[in-house]
Design a binder for this molecule. Structure first.
Ligand code: ZN
Ligand code: ZN
Length: 154
């Protein structure tokens, strides 16, 4: 894939990663520098790499229906927002399997362009308070490895 070298993460393996299904070419990204973690170089099995790309393709199809269509927008949003829906459960599982390489959080879809969107204060899985990480726009649950974006300000 033709990714620029300066878009590739060079951080230490101690920096957390984010699995982001709406980026099918580079679903795994560094939370510190926000650059791509190359799956081909990642110290994970080929099966897992393959599973991540396959899942991200499906995820991106749903995401595109939400972002680019009127007809399927609401339907796709429901699927993406359903924390225990199959696309998200699979993503959470894949993120957990990436933990052997780097601590990996799962980017949970929220329609943060919606003016009524409120960033969740509590984890939908365990109820713990969501906390900030690395001074970026996410709040995460460290136990469940789930990350929610902040409300869009612009
Ligand atoms: Zn990095
Ligand atoms: Zn939790």
């Amino acid at each position: 894939m033709g990714l620029d070298q300066d878009k590739i993460c060079r951080c230490s393996k101690n920096e957390p990663a984010l699995l982001h299904g709406a980026l099918p070419e580079s679903p795994l990204n560094c939370m510190r520098c926000k650059k791509t973690i190359l799956l081909n170089d990642a110290i994970i099995s080929n099966e897992l790499k393959h599973a991540i790309f396959k899942w991200a393709k499906t995820y991106n199809s749903l995401f595109t229906l939400w972002s680019d269509t009127m007809e399927y927008r609401e339907w796709a949003k429901q699927k993406l927002q359903d924390e225990i829906g199959s696309i998200n459960l699979e993503g959470l599982q894949l993120a957990q399997q990436c933990n052997v390489m780097r601590k990996t959080y799962y980017w949970m879809f929220q329609d943060n362009s919606d003016k009524d969107y409120v960033q969740p204060q509590h984890c939908p899985f365990c109820g713990a308070s969501m906390v900030s990480i690395l001074k970026n726009d996410f709040k995460v649950c460290h136990d469940c490895r789930v990350a929610y974006p902040d409300k869009q300000t612009s």
